[in-house]
Design a protein around this ligand. Structure first.
Ligand SMILES: Cc1cc2nc3c(=O)[nH]c(=O)nc-3n(C[C@H](O)[C@H](O)[C@H](O)COP(=O)(O)O)c2cc1C
Length: 127
């Protein structure tokens, strides 16, 4: 399927509640993923999950953020039309004063071809 290469200054942001349901996504995220904000809000974040991503990566991600630490890593995501794109993501655990609950904020930038190849090689060794 078709790869979408992020632009240098693309910055994809999304926020979830404590269970991983999307509560916010910025314009860059919606545009690249191919969804409107309305289509994303209320959905589990695995709506953009690509089958090539190993379960182990998300297990580590959730263990890290649930213990209030910041997680960073490479993620291959699927677009609504079946294409894919790679990002380097950092996820911050944030207490939301309005919602009175813990939320998570993910900020993603473009990853280089070299970074993508290294992540791809690593993920092939994981389940
Ligand atoms: C703030 C935040 C952002 C996330 N972003 C993504 C993402 O871009 N792509 C993705 O596949 N999973 C993302 N996840 C992880 C998903 O919640 C989920 O664990 C993952 O897609 C694997 O799906 P599964 O748990 O149903 O196996 C994110 C989680 C959080 C908390």
């Amino acid at each position: 399927m078709k790869e979408y290469i992020l632009k240098n200054n693309d910055f994809l942001v999304s926020q979830t509640d404590s269970k991983g349901e999307i509560i916010f996504a910025n314009d860059d995220f919606c545009e690249v993923a191919g969804y409107t904000l309305d289509e994303l809000v209320g959905k589990p974040h695995n709506i953009v999950r690509h089958p090539d991503m190993p379960k182990a990566a998300f297990k580590e991600l959730w263990e890290t953020i649930k213990s209030d630490k910041v997680w960073s890593g490479y993620v291959k995501n699927r677009t609504k039309d079946g294409g894919y794109y790679w990002v380097y993501a950092t996820i911050y655990p944030i207490y939301d004063e309005v919602r009175k609950e813990k939320t998570y904020l993910s900020c993603r930038r473009k990853s280089s071809q070299k970074e993508i190849e290294e992540a791809q090689a690593l993920y092939k060794t994981l389940k």
